[in-house]
Structures are given as structure tokens and as C-alpha cells.
Design a binder for this molecule. Structure first.
Ligand code: FE
Ligand code: FE
Ligand code: ZN
Length: 277
């Protein structure tokens, strides 16, 4: 099964989001758990969640990827900002239990001048305070482009976070193709080399989702500007290799490209046409 989809909004409800995904040919999707700028989350409607669960099952969807708001920063130098991040993570993980067995992805954070090591320490601390042995969600650290003081640009940094977390079986990685290229990994030119490095440093068994984005900038640019598939420096051929690679092909692929729904439908159709079965 090819699990391919895009970022969608739950603003019209969760079941409605599943129907939108179906209408554009998606077999997975990603959604923000709350406003991406990080405001208060809407109350959960258990009936709506149950209706989405039924739809996912009926249509054989792959695992979904929830995305934390961009604005939380568990490794800020400001304690109030860190506290807000911990509260948001904890609240989101509670809400995720209405959709058991999915992924919850977040940006590890920006160390805001304290240095990468301190950032790593604070991120692990936050995770240790919110992860619960009974939770059914796997939390994913996203590979980052390395703009500003972002932590997570090197695979080693993610590995160090994982090493410091107690409930490691609740933790994995989401690889963003635009971000890793921007971070300096030549995923378009040397996919096997990058995956070998990922496996050596983190372990491919921890890789659970792919953010499928082209990049407006060349390898190592540290810019984080997403492009539509084939309209950036990675190019269509690179994505043909990525979605068919034996180590990746069973993972959920999520588009975060600059598109409205019709554009996403076209991109999903394009990637399906490049898939070999
Ligand atoms: Fe992200
Ligand atoms: Fe991403
Ligand atoms: Zn990005």
C-alpha cells in the first residue's frame, strides 16, 4: 500500500478532514492539533473522533501524522516558554488518545543562544515529563533545516535526544526531505548514502514518516523554504527514488508543499504515477 497524503486542517471537524483526504486520493494525512500559532485547542468531540476512526478503517488509511504547533519551544532560554511547550505537548498527547496508534510530530526546538548541548538536554527533559508508558501515540522528532538556532539539523542531535529519553519506545523520527537537504544531507544526489548515515547514527527502525517536500534552495542552505515536487532543487527524479526506496516505501509520505487542495490532488496523482509496485 502506498500511504501518501498532505497537510489538512481539522477546522471543519475530524471526520470531515478524512472525507477531504479521500476526495483528493490521499491514503494518509497530517493535521495540526490546534492553531499552528499555538492558541488554545478546541474541545474534543468524541463522536467526531469515532467517526474519523471508522472512516480510516473502512478505507484502509495508513497511520496519520499530527503536527504540534510551530511556536512551541521546549528548549527556549525562557522558562515560561518552556513551560508552555510542556503543557501543550502534554495536552496534545492526551487528545491523541482519541485516535490511538498514530504519530505526533514536533520541531525539537531552538536553543535561543544557549548552545546545542543545552538545547538537547532541555528537549529530553520536556519529553521525559510528558511521555507516559500507557500512551498509544509515537512521538516523532522532525529533522530540521538548521535555520537560526534550531536543534535537530544533524542526525547526531536527534540521537542524543533519544539517548536521554527514558520511554524510548514512544519516540521516533520524521524525516523532512526539504529540511535534510537544507541541513546539508544530499538526499537528492545520494539517497543511499544519506539513509546509510541515518541508519548508522539513529537507526532506520526509528524512522516512521516522511515529509515529502522539494526545496527552493540548494543543499546546505539552512533556509527551510518548501517547494512543490519537481519545482525545487531536489527534483522529480529524487522523489521517484524516495517513494520507491525499500527502506522508505511502507512509511506514510506527507506533502507540506505550497498548495491548495486541487494542487495537492495533482501532486498526489503525480507521486502515485511514479510509484512502482
Ligand atoms: Fe514541521
Ligand atoms: Fe516538515
Ligand atoms: Zn519546513
Amino acid at each position: 500500500m502506498f500511504y501518501i497524503g498532505c497537510h489538512l486542517s481539522p477546522s471543519a471537524g475530524y471526520r470531515a478532514m478524512g472525507e477531504t483526504a479521500l476526495s483528493i486520493g490521499a491514503t494518509t494525512f497530517q493535521f495540526f492539533t490546534r492553531n499552528p500559532r499555538g492558541s488554545k485547542a478546541k474541545a474534543i468531540d468524541p463522536a467526531d473522533m469515532a467517526a474519523l476512526r471508522a472512516l480510516l478503517k473502512e478505507h484502509g488509511f495508513g497511520p496519520l501524522v499530527a503536527h504540534a504547533p510551530y511556536t512551541i519551544n521546549p528548549c527556549s532560554k525562557d522558562e515560561r516558554t518552556r513551560e508552555f511547550a510542556r503543557l501543550t505537548l502534554a495536552d496534545d498527547l492526551e487528545r491523541m488518545e482519541y485516535l490511538p496508534g498514530q504519530f505526533y510530530n514536533f520541531h525539537p526546538g531552538s536553543h535561543t543562544g544557549q548552545g546545542t548541548e543545552k538545547g538537547i538536554e532541555l528537549i529530553a527533559e520536556a519529553l521525559n515529563s510528558v511521555l507516559k508508558p500507557e500512551q498509544q501515540t509515537t512521538v516523532l522528532l522532525e529533522t530540521m533545516a538548521g535555520k537560526g538556532t534550531e536543534v535537530g539539523r544533524r542526525f547526531e542531535e536527534l540521537r542524543e535526544i533519544i539517548d536521554r529519553v527514558e520511554l524510548k519506545d514512544k519516540l521516533g523520527v520524521c524525516l523532512d526531505t526539504c529540511h535534510v537537504s537544507d541541513a546539508g544531507y544530499d538526499i537528492a544526489g545520494d539517497l543511499d548514502g544519506v539513509l546509510t548515515e541515518f541508519d548508522r547514527v539513529i537507526g532506520l527502525s526509528r524512522l516512521h514518516a516522511i515529509h515529502t517536500n522539494d526545496s527552493l534552495n540548494p543543499v546546505g542552505a539552512h533556509k527551510d523554504r518548501h517547494a512543490r515536487i519537481g519545482e525545487g532543487y531536489l527534483g522529480k527524479d529524487a522523489f521517484e527514488r524516495i517513494i520507491n526506496h525499500p527502506a522508505l516505501r511502507n512509511l506514510p509520505f506527507v506533502l507540506e508543499t505550497p498548495n491548495e487542495l486541487p494542487g495537492y490532488a495533482e501532486e498526489i496523482a503525480l507521486l502515485k504515477s511514479l510509484r512502482t509496485d
